[in-house]
Write a protein that binds this ligand. Structure first.
Ligand SMILES: Cc1ncc(COP(=O)(O)O)c(C=O)c1O
Length: 399
């Protein structure tokens, strides 16, 4: 029988959407430098500006000039933190508040500011992955916390590992009341949930194209009009001088199409994915005893299901499923030679053993009910077998 392949790792990255690929191939010959003043350059520039409008529309930004194209989410997030370094290094207002469950590109950028002497706070989260708004309020109040006035609050819109969605509008009200800037990493929320930079009241917002069925190596930073940004890459005048380098025509145009389609399909996509996620969750709960579903039960991405299987190791589960043609991911990083359990799960209070036995299923455009049923069918016996073996202390990871 032919091997079935089921990709359930859409939070890691998404395949290029057929329509985007077709349009990108059509546009491959748009080679002119979009900064050139001649006709071909102006035509390329028009297309870049069209893409900027498409990306702005995806996040409800009225003014397309608030979109700065970057190489992706990591660069956008680092641009924000580098900007904070410049704004805060000689200022009294320099406290940075972020969370313990951010993507490593935010965590490490924030740690770097801490190394440079900035007061940096990593807010904890509850058992379902949400920050405590009263703790944020306290940290924003110099009379009730250390570190002085806050310069930046950076809270991700939705978490990549457990899918928990934060209350950005409420976070924004608190940040604004304290005079702090607000940044959100919306890399995982984009295309899956409605985004409205106005309703959310954010000053900076990060996007990455390869998570919305577009090409890799392109992303964006939304900057509210009037906010500052310090370039990571200095050079020409591109992107208001914030991001130098000849325009990546193909990446930018692909991003524009992907954003347009993501906006068009968002509502229907969200509904379909929520139903598939529920089917997967209910199927796992029915077929596998003693499991723990991680993350928030309702404030959660429609496509993300993170489950701990006590008594089985995440890497062993992942490899068992891989042999059946099923591609998922695990929070701990055995493959990279480290046995650190997921910082996200640990922050939610899941102990190291459960964190090591967790799997992230992330569904997407290509997922079907048949895929979900196939995963449940293969998962149940795999967990049973691994649990039987788990008394033998010789898993691939521990060796
Ligand atoms: C929440 C989040 N932020 C940032 C990134 C980094 O984005 P990029 O791969 O475009 O650098 C990712 C990618 O995994 C992510 O999930």
């Amino acid at each position: 029988m032919e091997q079935r392949f089921v990709y359930m790792d859409y939070n890691a990255t998404t395949p290029l959407r057929e329509e985007v690929k077709a349009r990108m191939i059509e546009d491959l010959d748009i080679y002119a430098n979009a900064s050139s003043m001649h006709e071909a350059g102006r035509r390329a520039r028009d297309r870049v500006e069209m893409a900027r409008k498409q990306v702005a529309a995806l996040i409800g930004a009225k003014d397309p000039s608030t979109i700065i194209f970057t190489s992706g989410g990591s660069e956008s997030n680092n641009t924000v933190f580098t900007t904070m370094y410049e704004l805060g290094r000689n200022a009294e207002r320099r406290k940075i508040i972020t969370t313990a469950i951010e993507h490593p590109c935010v965590l490490n950028a924030a740690r770097h500011l801490a190394d440079e002497g900035f007061p940096v706070v990593f807010l904890g989260v509850d058992g379902q992955g949400r920050i405590d708004l009263s703790e944020l309020e306290r940290e924003l109040d110099p009379a009730r916390s250390s570190g002085g006035a806050s310069l930046l609050v950076s809270v991700m819109a939705a978490n990549n590992e457990i899918g928990t969605v934060q209350d950005l509008a409420a976070i924004s009200r608190l940040a604004k009341a304290a005079g702090a800037l607000l940044h959100t990493d919306a890399v995982q929320a984009a295309g899956k949930l409605p985004i409205d930079v106005e309703a959310w009241g954010v000053d900076y917002l990060t996007l990455s194209c390869h998570k919305i069925y577009g090409p890799k190596g392109i992303g964006a930073l939304y900057m509210r009009r009037g906010t500052k940004a310090e370039p990571l890459i200095r050079g020409g005048h591109q992107e208001l001088g914030i991001r130098a380098g000849t325009y990546n025509n193909q990446g930018i145009l692909g991003f524009g199409y992907a954003a347009e389609l993501a906006l068009r399909d968002q509502g229907a996509f969200e509904m379909r994915l929520r139903a598939l996620r529920s089917r997967l969750r209910d199927g796992i709960l029915a077929a596998v005893p003693d499991v723990r579903v991680n993350g928030h039960p309702t404030h959660v991405l429609p496509n993300t299901l993170n489950v701990s299987f006590p008594g089985a190791e995440g890497e062993a589960i992942l490899l068992s499923l891989d042999l059946e043609g099923i591609e998922v991911s695990t929070g701990s990083a055995c493959a990279s030679g480290s046995l650190e359990p997921s910082h996200v799960l640990m922050a939610t209070g899941v102990g190291p053993e459960l964190a090591h036995g967790s799997i992230r299923f992330s569904l997407g455009r290509g997922s079907s009910e048949e895929d979900v049923d196939y995963v449940i069918e293969k998962l149940a016996p795999a967990i049973k077998r691994l649990r039987r073996m788990s008394t033998i202390p010789s898993s691939a990871c521990r060796a």
